[in-house]
Design a protein around this ligand. Structure first.
Ligand code: 5RP
Length: 225
């Protein structure tokens, strides 16, 4: 296994220790979360835990179900006790960028409906300033080329996310535009601006949502609160 994957696996295993019998747990998306769901599947099997998972993507739902973790949709449950998700960048004040896996719309909807949110990352995701990672936008396909022009005129260096000559499509059948910003000096200001642009369904700035981060480091997982 690659070293970075070992770090991702270590935080996945550390995160499932926060899950207790009877909990409803939001299940994020991505390669780090995949390790967490594997570890949760093992616990559910060996400890006969009664857990309900609320997946943030079809990928995660399929993985969870294949491991015997019961899942429900967000509108089928009362509340979510804890959501565990990955992230693409996190700064010192736990503001983050998500959406590298094109799942940030469902991830944000699940996050804002969760009592607690935890991110699990390898140490490469911890940054001083957000923005090196391109900021994902989920956009409505209709008129999206006009939207791209508007974003370009603002100097945001937008690019459609492609898979060969096909547009990457989200689980809601939307497109993704990535903003190559280099740095984001005022994340709250940018979030507000993007919130107000017609055609953008959701951006990947996750601000003031998370209170616990587990970072995979050489000397073991570090929980920061
Ligand atoms: C998916 C996400 C992921 O959580 C994020 O991209 C991190 O993924 P990985 O654990 O594979 O690095 O936001 O939309």
């Amino acid at each position: 296994m690659k070293h970075q994957d070992e770090l991702k696996q270590s935080v996945g295993k550390a995160a499932v220790k926060f899950i207790e019998d009877g909990m409803t747990v939001g299940l994020g998306t991505g390669s780090t979360v995949k390790f967490m769901v594997d570890a949760l599947g093992e616990r559910v099997k060996s400890e006969h835990l009664s857990i309900v998972g609320v997946p943030t993507s079809e990928r995660t739902r399929e993985q969870a179900n294949s491991l015997g973790i019961k899942t429900k949709g967000l509108d089928e449950i009362d509340h979510i006790d804890l959501t565990i998700d990955g992230a693409d960048e996190i700064n010192r004040t736990f503001q983050g960028i998500k959406g590298g896996g094109a799942a940030h719309l469902w991830e944000k909807i699940v996050a804002i409906n969760s009592d607690k949110n935890m991110w699990i990352v390898d140490s490469s995701k911890m940054v001083d300033e957000l923005g090196s990672f391109p900021l994902p936008l989920e956009v409505i396909p209709y008129g999206s080329h006009q939207l791209l022009k508007r974003l370009d005129a603002k100097g945001y260096h937008p690019k459609f996310r492609m898979n060969g000559d096909q547009y990457v499509k989200t689980d809601s059948n939307n497109y993704v535009i990535d903003l190559h910003l280099g740095q984001i000096e005022r994340p709250h200001h940018l979030a507000l601006e993007l919130d107000q642009m017609t055609g953008i369904v959701e951006h990947g700035l996750f601000l003031d949502l998370v209170n616990t981060v587990i970072v995979g480091r050489e000397d073991g997982p570090q929980t920061i609160q």
